[in-house]
Structure formats: structure tokens, C-alpha cells
Ligand binder design. Structure first.
Ligand SMILES: Cc1ncc(COP(=O)(O)O)c(C=O)c1O
Length: 407
């Protein structure tokens, strides 16, 4: 028997999927089962489980643009109606691409329906048979899936391990036509920045090509807000940069910026771009407005960076004295799934929504709370967050210097 609201109904063939149900039941036993929660708003306010008003530290709306009500163009078509190569690439898409290229100081840009499609598509398309991809172990699933689809050989290197990358390049560079070094700029579950300068040095020395996913960096890092590559002064050394329009930009979609030849190649060969309806013009219009806000309202990124420094300072996280301290993603590693789910529940009881992130999103044994900050958080929201965190033994232990630094 199934149920939607108050109505119950027979589900035909429900037993046919017993083999899947058993797997889900096993997930439930290990506190790994995930469920969709219904939120009244993308900023998570208003509760999703009957707990009443919650302050959300869950969304990637770092600048507060996604949750903002937008009274934009009423002359905008609802849908693109076709893939970009047929008739879905509208003047709005073209305008957004030109804005992105200018913002990112790149020759050209192209937009895809999601950041996932952009990451997966770039990595599946550009590295070809006879090439090698070097991919950070903690890269986002979209880059990993691109690796899986690519016909190139792949080596996954330990997280941020320059020595491992160098060793592979020294031993194997000559065996491959092209070598591609693929990394997140900011790692979404840990909030650390990739060693971009070191990777660029290795790429220069061994004739490899850098590809960086700026999903969590764009809009937040860099003088101009274009991301980790700008922040680390390596924008010109990373020829292919991928971003999402769904986090700081506050809309939906993904983009790639790079040399015109690379963008032309993607337009001709990148399957997620060619065989998917272009993003809705409505979404593109909100992305254009999001980029405008990022460029004209730097207070947003300054504010979220300040909040990140405050929370990190309170948690006694190591301050390297650089921009890594202002990344608005802060994990509190708790270990077991059970502990993470339990602490997330305590947080909700305290009026805070901080999601528990569990494997397979993060490695086994490192289940965590993932705090993400937004420019729209008020000082009293942060006070409440810090009061709650102070009550956790894991945080007290780390702050007193006893035990391992869990973050
Ligand atoms: C590092 C990283 N890359 C890519 C993506 C995919 O972006 P989108 O949500 O626009 O599909 C995400 C989204 O979670 C991400 O965290």
C-alpha cells in the first residue's frame, strides 16, 4: 500500500522491486538512508520535519541570491524548447556566455543545463584515448563520472598530494599524448582549497593541462569573485575552468570558460551539451542577474568571508593567514553515521538546520555536519550556531588542543 498525503492506494507490482527494497532497508539499519525533505523555501527556513522555524546552514546560496525574490523580466520565455545546437541557444544564453567570459577573463564560454553536466561533459569529452587523467581523490562526483565516461586512462591521486602527482608525471608522462590534471578548486565537503599553484607548476614542467571546477569558489573567492584560480593568482595558468550557476550565482546551470578552440570543440563533441535541452531562458535571466550582483555588490562576498573567518576562529581552526580561512564551508567531522545523524537531530531541536553528510558523499568513518554560510546570515544566527557547537564534545576537545583536530 502506498500513501500520498491522506490518500492510500495499491502499488502494482510492488513486490517486483523487493531486491531494491532490501538494499534500502540495509541502508536504514546503518543510518545511511537518505530521504527528500520538503522545504517551503530554498534557504531552508520554515522547517522540513515539523521542527518549526529553523536557521539553515545547509544551502550553497553563499551570497543569498538564490533565496532572494526576483522581479525580473516578464518578457522571458519559460523554456528553451530545444537543445542549443538546434534552436535552444537564445540571445539570453549568448549574453550570459559573453558575461561569463569577460568575468573570467577567458576567450569564450559555454553554458550547460547543470554544473554536473559541465564537469562530467568536459572530463568525458576533452581527454581522449591515449591520454591520461590525474584526478584528486576528493573530487566531486561529477568529475569522477566524467573520468568514468572518458576513454583516457585515469589515475586517482591522494587528496592534494603534489608529490604523488609529480611522481606519476615523472614516471609516466612520456606514455601519453596529453595529460589532464583535474581538480575541484574548493572541495565542497571539506572547504579546503586545492594546491593550485603547485599543480600549475607541475603542469608547466610536465606539459599537462589543468582543469579546475570552481563550483564552490566562484562568487566567493578572488578580488573579482571569479573563484579559487583568481584568488591564487593562477587564472591564466588554468586554461579550462568549470563553474556552476546554482550556488553563489543563485540560479541553475553550469558553464565552462576557456580558449575559443576548446569551447568550439565542446559545442561539437560534448554530449551533455549537445543532447540536452538548453537551460530555460528564465533560469538564464536569473543567472545574468546573479553575475551582475556578484560584480556590482562585492559586499556579499566580503560579508560571507567575514562570517567564515568568525566561525573558523571560534572553532580554533588553523588560520593559514590566507583566503582559505574565508571559505564558507566548514565541516565538523563526527565519525560514525549514527553520531552525525544524532547531532544533526540535536541541531534541529536547537533551531538549526545543519545537514549530516554521510558516505558515499564522504569517505567511510568521516560522517560530518557540513556548515555552509551565507551572506544573509545575521550575527544572532551565527551566535546561535556557535552556542550549539560549543556544546559538542568534538568541538570542545579540538578547541582545547586535546585530541586530534577533527576539522
Ligand atoms: C564541486 C562541485 N562540482 C559540481 C557540482 C554540480 O553542480 P550543479 O549543482 O550545478 O549540478 C557540485 C554540486 O553540488 C559541486 O559541489
Amino acid at each position: 500500500m502506498g500513501r500520498i498525503g491522506d490518500a492510500s492506494f495499491e502499488i502494482p507490482m510492488s513486490n517486483r522491486f523487493e531486491f531494491l527494497r532490501r538494499e534500502l532497508a540495509a541502508l536504514e539499519v546503518s543510518d545511511s538512508l537518505r530521504r527528500l525533505r520538503r522545504w517551503p523555501d530554498p534557504d531552508g527556513r520554515g522547517g522540513g520535519g515539523g521542527e518549526g522555524e529553523l536557521i539553515s546552514f545547509a544551502s550553497n546560496d553563499y551570497l543569498g541570491l538564490a533565496a532572494e525574490r526576483w522581479a525580473g523580466s516578464d518578457a522571458c520565455p519559460r523554456g528553451a524548447g530545444a537543445s542549443p545546437l538546434v534552436s535552444g541557444y537564445t540571445e539570453l544564453h549568448d549574453r550570459l556566455c559573453r558575461m561569463l567570459a569577460q568575468w573570467e577573463q577567458a576567450e569564450a564560454a559555454v553554458v550547460l543545463p547543470s554544473g554536473y553536466a559541465a564537469c562530467c561533459g568536459v572530463v568525458a569529452t576533452l581527454p581522449r584515448a591515449g591520454d591520461l587523467i590525474l584526478s584528486d581523490r576528493w573530487n566531486h562526483a561529477s568529475l569522477i563520472d566524467g573520468c568514468r565516461l572518458s576513454k583516457a586512462e585515469k589515475r586517482v591521486y591522494p587528496h592534494a598530494d603534489l608529490a604523488a602527482v609529480e611522481a606519476t608525471l615523472i614516471r609516466h608522462r612520456h606514455e601519453f599524448e596529453q595529460v589532464w590534471i583535474v581538480t575541484d578548486g574548493v572541495f565542497g565537503m571539506d572547504g579546503d582549497i586545492a594546491p593550485l599553484e603547485g599543480l600549475c607548476d607541475l603542469a608547466d614542467r610536465h606539459d599537462a593541462i589543468m582543469v579546475v571546477d570552481e563550483a564552490h569558489g566562484s562568487g566567493v573567492l578572488g578580488e573579482d569573485g571569479s573563484g579559487a584560480c583568481e584568488d591564487r593568482g593562477v587564472r591564466e595558468r588554468v586554461p579550462i575552468r568549470i563553474g556552476t550557476l546554482s550556488k553563489a550565482v543563485g540560479s541553475q546551470g553550469g558553464f565552462v570558460v576557456g580558449p575559443q578552440t576548446v569551447i568550439d570543440y565542446l559545442v561539437n563533441f560534448c554530449r551533455p551539451l549537445i543532447f540536452s535541452t538548453a537551460a530555460s531562458p528564465l533560469v538564464i535571466a536569473t543567472a545574468i542577474d546573479g553575475i551582475r550582483a556578484i560584480r556590482e555588490e562585492p559586499w556579499r562576498r566580503q560579508r560571507v568571508r567575514e562570517l567564515a573567518r568568525r566561525v573558523r576562529g571560534h572553532l580554533s581552526l588553523v588560520d593559514k593567514g590566507d583566503s582559505s580561512g574565508c571559505v564558507p564551508i566548514i565541516p565538523i567531522i563526527l565519525g560514525s553515521n549514527h553520531r552525525a545523524v544524532h547531532v544533526a537531530k540535536q541541531a534541529r531541536q536547537a533551531g538549526l538546520f545543519i545537514p549530516a553528510i554521510r558516505p558515499p558523499t564522504v569517505p567511510a568513518g568521516t560522517a560530518r555536519l557540513r556548515i555552509s554560510l551565507s551572506a544573509t546570515h545575521r550575527a544572532d544566527h551565527i551566535d546561535r550556531l556557535l552556542r550549539f557547537l560549543n556544546g559538542l564534545p568534538e568541538v570542545r576537545q579540538a578547541a582545547s588542543g586535546n585530541g586530534q583536530q577533527p576539522f
